[in-house]
Design a protein around this ligand. Structure first.
Ligand code: ATP
Length: 374
C-alpha cells in the first residue's frame, strides 16, 4: 500500500496571547512506495512524531492530505485507517498474558470483520511465530526482557493485518546489544510481511541501517529524501552532511579562489566553475589519504588503532570541529614522531557549502542530488 503525503502541515497554536505558534510539520510532500521501510530522521523537535501521528490519525493535520493507496484518509478516525502503531514504551497490558495482549485488538473487530475464536488464535500464533515469541505466549509482560516485550508490541500491531505499520522510536528503551538485534528483526519482519512501514528515530545509524528510504527533517521541514547511501554520499546541505555519519563529517572554513579550494593556506583541490567565495568544507573521515606529500597539513594529536583501520586524530586552525578524524587503512605506517600530518583528499568525499545558506555548491566531480528511484 503506497502512502501519499500531500503538503502535509501541522501548526500548533500558541498557548498564550504573546506566544508563537509552532509549525511542527511544514508542507511535507512525499509518496512512500508500496512495501518500503521509510525512516523519518532528525533531531529532537523536528516533527517526526507529529508526522507519524498524522499518518495514523492521532493528530489532525492543519492542512494537506494523506492517502493510503487511492483512499483519502485525512479525516478518517484512527481505528478505520488500518494502521498498526508501535510505541517506544511497548504499552502492553501488564495483567494480560502475551497471548491475551496479542488477541486484544482482534476482539474489537465488529460486523463483517468479526473473527471466530479459532481464527483469532490462528492469527495470534502466526504473528507470534513471525516475531519469534510463540514459546512465550503464557507469560506476563513483566516476565519478559525489553526486547521480547517490544516483539509482543509488534505482534499486537501486526495481528490486525494493518495496511501501514508505524513505529515510533521502537528501540529507544533497549540496551545497545538488543537494539542491534531488534532492528535486524524489524527489518526481517518488514521484508517478510511486505507492509509499508514508517519508522521514526533520531539515531542516524539506526535509520541508515534499517531503512529503504530515509527522510531527513529539520524544524518541520524535509531536507532530503533518498536511499541511505545516496543521501550520505550526496547531501544537499551542511545540516544533512553533519547529521549522517559516524564519526561525523569534518567541517572546515575554506576559500574558493581561481577554481581552487583552499583550507587555510593549503591549496587542496580543483573546484572548476565555482565562483570565488568563502565556503564551508565538509570532508568525510574516509575522504583523507595519508600522504606525506599531500596538500592538506594538520597538527597530529594521536593515532587510534581500530583493527582494520586507524583513526588519525589531528587539529587545524581552519577546522570547525575541535578535532579532525581521518580514517585510513591500517596498512599505512603513520609517522607519529612528526607533529604535522599531511593528506591528499578523495574529491568525491569533499563537499563545499555556501557560507550563508549552507546549501551544497556542486563542482565538476559530484553528481546531481539523489532521487528515490523504484
Ligand atoms: P522527539 O524526537 O523529541 O520526539 P520529534 O521530531 O518527534 O521530536 P515532534 O514531537 O513532532 O518532534 O514535535 C515537533 C514540534 O512540535 C516541537 O517543537 C514540539 O515542541 C511541538 N509540539 C509537538 N506536540 C505539540 C503539542 N501538542 N502542542 C504544542 N506543540 C507541540
Amino acid at each position: 500500500m503506497k502512502v501519499v503525503l500531500q503538503e502535509l502541515t501541522k501548526i500548533f497554536p500558541s498557548r498564550t496571547k504573546k506566544g508563537q505558534e509552532v509549525v511542527a510539520v511544514n508542507k511535507f510532500d512525499f509518496e512512500i512506495p508500496d512495501g518500503k521501510l521509510v525512516g523519518l530522521l532528525g533531531p529532537s523537535g523536528c516533527g517526526k512524531s507529529t508526522t507519524l501521528y498524522m499518518i495514523c490519525g492521532l493528530q489532525k493535520p492543519s492542512s494537506g492530505k494523506i492517502f493510503f493507496g487511492e483512499d483519502d484518509v485525512t479525516s478518517l478516525a484512527p481505528e478505520y485507517r488500518g494502521v498498526g502503531l508501535v510505541f517506544q514504551n511497548y504499552a502492553l497490558y501488564p495483567h494480560m498474558t502475551v497471548k491475551q495482549n496479542i488477541l486484544f485488538p482482534l476482539q474489537n473487530f465488529k460486523g463483517a470483520d468479526r473473527l471466530s475464536k479459532s481464527e483469532m488464535l490462528e492469527r495470534a500464533y502466526n504473528v507470534a511465530k513471525l516475531v519469534q515469541i510463540d514459546e512465550l505466549m503464557d507469560r506476563k509482560p513483566n516476565e519478559l526482557s525489553g526486547g521480547q516485550q517490544q516483539r509482543v508490541a509488534i505482534a499486537r500491531a501486526l495481528v490486525k493485518m494493518p495496511r501501514v505499520l508505524l513505529l515510533d522510536e521502537p528501540l529507544s528503551n533497549l540496551d545497545a546489544r538488543l537494539r542491534l538485534q531488534t532492528r535486524e528483526e524489524i527489518k526481517r519482519i518488514q521484508r517478510e510481511t511486505g507492509i509499508t512501514t514508517v519508522f521514526v528515530t533520531h539515531d542516524q545509524e539506526e535509520a541508515m541501517s534499517i531503512s529503504d528510504i530515509i527522510v531527513v527533517m529539520k524544524l518541520g521541514i524535509v531536507q532530503q529524501i533518498g536511499k541511505p547511501q545516496s543521501v550520505y554520499d550526496d547531501p544537499v546541505n551542511l545540516f544533512v552532511a553533519k547529521f549522517l555519519g559516524t564519526p561525523p563529517i569534518n567541517v572546515f572554513q575554506g576559500t574558493v579562489k581561481g577554481g581552487r579550494l583552499y583550507i587555510g593556506e593549503d591549496n587542496v583541490l580543483a573546484t572548476p566553475d565555482v565562483e570565488d567565495q568563502e565556503v564551508f568544507v565538509g570532508i568525510r573521515p574516509e575522504g583523507f589519504i595519508y600522504d606525506k606529500n599531500g596538500p592538506l597539513h594538520c597538527n597530529l594529536r594521536n593515532v587510534e588503532v581500530m583493527g582494520r583501520d586507524v583513526s588519525i586524530v589531528s587539529t587545524s586552525d581552519a577546522s570547525l570541529n575541535p578535532t579532525i578524524r581521518s580514517i585510513v587503512d591500517a596498512d599505512n605506517k603513520i609517522d607519529t614522531e612528526n607533529q604535522t600530518v599531511s593528506f591528499s583528499l578523495k574529491p568525491h568525499k569533499v563537499f563545499i557549502f555556501n557560507k550563508e545558506t549552507e546549501e551544497r555548491i556542486r563542482f565538476g566531480n559530484t553528481a546531481s542530488p539523489a532521487e528515490v528511484k523504484e
